[in-house]
Design a protein around this ligand. Structure first.
Ligand SMILES: Nc1nc2c(ncn2[C@@H]2O[C@H](COP(=O)(O)OP(=O)(O)OP(=O)(O)O)[C@@H](O)[C@H]2O)c(=O)[nH]1
Ligand SMILES: [Mg+2]
Ligand SMILES: [Zn+2]
Length: 268
């Protein structure tokens, strides 16, 4: 163990938590295991802040029992009040939101506090500034950073592999390559998708049907909560989209639909 210069695997620890996704080609990819924190990074601008994608990341974190922290980078490119207004819903839901910029240095210390003595992974689209932020959080890392295409405002996938990096102030952080699509890996069909939306949890037991999908069922408490303004229609829209994601792990109605079809066939 003392001749650690070339490095070898001492032990493979069991995976308590894992963050991963189902890629477009169907491969179940585990990106990082045994995480404490998932740092979900978006840029305030360039590339565009995508709340629909944020919801997917949040569901993944909830489902894998990893604490999500939202980080909005490139604050220097936008008006703070506008960005904060867009994120206010998430702060109300109890998610921690850190606003950062490598240009002004705002939020960097707060990010260090989040990461200290924890194992975290920084995830998000290409070009949002994941590697740039880590270079500022932990000087000396010298991670390669890329340009954002000025025409389409997308990154160019500069980071190509996951790297677990030690932090001098304590802890480890994994830099990861930009993610284009996030097929959900961790959704347990028995448990359902709804419980990964914190604002839905208290309403779920009040739906008339125990297996309510909150889509077409009568006397649905979740839909009522949307009507009364207690659940955001945007978050509900994300719920609907994720639940219909065929390549993802969630198709709660599949069996039922099959049975319905069979029954119909038999009747004919
Ligand atoms: N204006 C501004 N630009 C930033 C900021 N942070 C990063 N950038 C720029 O954004 C571009 C992309 O940064 P990267 O750190 O390579 O982005 P990444 O998320 O690691 O991208 P991938 O490795 O491709 O996934 C670089 O040109 C950075 O200089 C910021 O806070 N403000
Ligand atoms: Mg990078
Ligand atoms: Zn319902």
């Amino acid at each position: 163990m003392s001749t650690a210069e070339s490095g070898y695997i001492e032990e493979c620890l069991p995976r308590d938590t894992q963050f991963g996704r189902i890629r477009m080609d169907g491969w179940r990819q585990v990106i990082v295991a045994n995480l404490d924190i998932l740092l979900i990074i978006f840029a305030a601008r360039h590339p565009t802040l995508n709340l629909r994608m944020l919801d997917r990341f949040l569901v993944t974190a909830e489902a894998s029992d990893v604490e999500p922290v939202i980080c909005i980078n490139k604050l220097d490119l936008a008006k703070f009040e506008n960005v904060q207004r867009e994120l206010s819903l998430y702060e109300e839901l109890g998610y921690k939101v850190v606003y950062t910029s490598i240009v002004t240095g705002v939020g960097v210390e707060e990010l260090r506090e989040v990461m200290q003595d924890r194992i975290s992974a920084i995830v998000g689209s290409s070009g949002v500034g994941k590697s740039s932020l880590l270079n500022v959080v932990q000087p000396g890392l010298r991670l390669r950073t890329g340009e954002v295409d000025t025409r389409i405002h997308k990154g160019r996938h500069t980071t190509t592999e996951v790297m677990l990096l030690p932090l001098e102030f304590g802890g480890f952080v994994a830099d990861t390559p930009g993610i284009r699509t996030l097929g959900l890996l961790e959704i347990d069909e028995e448990q359902g998708l709804d419980i990964h939306f914190p604002e839905m949890r208290s309403y779920i037991p009040e739906c008339k049907f125990a297996a309510c999908t909150h889509q077409h069922e009568p006397a649905c408490a979740v839909k009522r909560a949307i009507e009364t303004g207690n659940i955001s229609p945007d978050r509900y829209e994300s719920y609907l989209r994720i639940s219909g994601f065929k390549e993802g792990r969630y198709e709660r109605n599949t069996d039922k639909r099959k049975t319905d079809r069979n029954t119909r066939r038999r009747k004919r």
